[in-house]
Ligand binder design. Structure first.
Ligand code: CO8
Length: 376
């Protein structure tokens, strides 16, 4: 019998859009929209038949989420009170699609860091929250753009897409169905965010991340992380939901209704998801014969600062240090599946051989992913 294959993450990549929006800029645009809306509906508001919209505030955003700014693909459209959405012109079928373009940039960096060429990759997984079209798969478009071999497919487990994608890629390499895999997470969260809704207008940002996985014995990377194990959990919930889909045209009366964009019950999510996250990670540690204290770093999903600190404290049984739980949501906001990978990409080079780190995602579904890593 062959010895089991150890799989490593041998490179990671990050594409950050050039434009960024501060809380103050976002709130100014939102409040201008609110003022216009309330003026336009003054008679109904006066008559008590319509509730006036309430303004947003930067102080609330920082206090409730820890977010100070977010990167976006199109700042102008989002900040125009008449538009309040990114404006991304459609591209012709023979042009590289925008999601593929971002993914290619992140993937190239992951390949470069791993010292590999695209032609040596034979599996491309695009794992993200919202794909810009039904088919052909963005992964297959990226496979062609990069010049990868083998096959590719898209998958969506919302914020947990990246960790589930890493699990699928590691399994494929171990089973022999692939020899080297790219897992790519292009997230244009601004495209499915309602910037007119003060409960969530501040939550998301745009980005793309990528990781390369390959057998440890083939790795050329000076900074590779062995995948010690993966563990996943899902439990159905409507508390984070987006009803956009190809059947919307079959019910034209509600085609553009609010439920066709992201919406959530933030408080309920907070309360229900946290125990699921800490229990799932706890289970994984137990199965692996390890404890939270055996881990130097926790690259957690980047949705909410309080949530991350609470989860880390629960796992460690003490206050975590800033170095143990790197935070990127302050300037990237919630980038869905990419968040924990950004944290990994920016905060893993300083670890030493033998150090362990835990990558975890949590989000819609509900879905939780836990990936235990060790620097080789
Ligand atoms: N400015 C001022 N006041 C506000 C604002 C605002 N912008 N927004 C709300 N308020 C008010 C509310 O109306 C409320 O007032 P009242 O008490 O009078 O009712 C008060 O402030 C408190 O509101 P909340 O209870 O909503 O505030 P929270 O402290 O709960 O904070 C958060 C809101 C930040 C949303 C918080 O609940 C949170 O982060 N929850 C966890 C969310 C989470 O982790 N979600 C994961 C989802 S991500 C995911 O899975 C990806 C899905 C796919 C990606 C989609 C991309 C678009």
């Amino acid at each position: 019998m062959n010895a089991p294959i150890n799989v490593v993450i041998s490179g990671s990549g990050l594409f950050t859009p050039e434009q960024s929006i501060s809380n103050d800029e976002l709130v100014k645009a939102f409040n201008a929209y609110v003022e216009r809306y309330n003026q336009a509906h003054a008679a109904e508001i006066e008559a008590g038949t319509l509730e006036p919209l309430q303004p947003s505030s930067s102080e609330f955003i920082v206090k409730a989420s820890g977010i100070h700014s977010r990167y976006v693909i199109d700042k102008q459209g989002i900040l125009d009170p008449e538009v309040m959405a990114p404006q991304l012109p459609e591209r012709a079928d023979d042009e590289l699609s925008i999601l593929a373009e971002m993914g290619v940039k992140a993937a190239r960096q992951a390949l470069e860091r791993a010292g590999r060429s695209a032609g040596e990759v034979d599996l491309v997984i695009v794992a993200c929250s919202n794909l810009q079209r039904a088919y052909p798969a963005i992964a297959i478009e990226i496979q062609q753009a990069l010049g990868c071999q083998g096959f590719g497919y898209d998958m969506n487990v919302a914020c947990s897409s990246a960790t589930f994608g890493i699990g699928a890629a590691a399994d494929a390499i171990r089973s022999g169905s692939a020899s080297r895999a790219l897992v790519i997470n292009p997230e244009i969260c601004s495209g499915h965010l309602e910037f007119r809704d003060r409960d969530c207008h501040f939550i998301f940002g745009d980005v793309a991340t990528a990781v390369l996985l390959e057998p440890e014995e083939q790795s050329r990377s000076a900074s590779a992380f062995r995948v010690l194990g993966t563990h996943f959990k899902t439990r159905f919930s409507n508390n984070i939901r987006n009803n956009f889909g190809f059947l919307n045209r079959t019910a034209p009366q509600s085609r553009d209704a609010r439920d066709k964009l992201f919406r959530q019950e933030g408080r309920k999510v907070f309360k229900e998801l946290l125990p699921l996250v800490t229990n799932t990670i706890g289970e994984h540690l137990d199965q692996s014969g390890l404890q939270a204290s055996d881990f130097k770093r926790f690259w957690l999903h980047q949705a909410n600062l309080t949530m991350n600190m609470f989860a880390a404290k629960k796992l460690l049984g003490r206050e975590p240090s800033a170095a143990e739980v790197p935070i990127v949501l302050d300037r990237y906001a919630n980038t869905s599946s990419a968040g924990s990978i950004i944290a990994f990409h920016l905060h893993s080079d300083d670890l030493s051989s033998g150090d362990r780190g835990l990558l975890s995602s949590f989000g819609a579904g509900y879905s939780v992913g836990s990936v235990l890593l060790q620097k080789i």
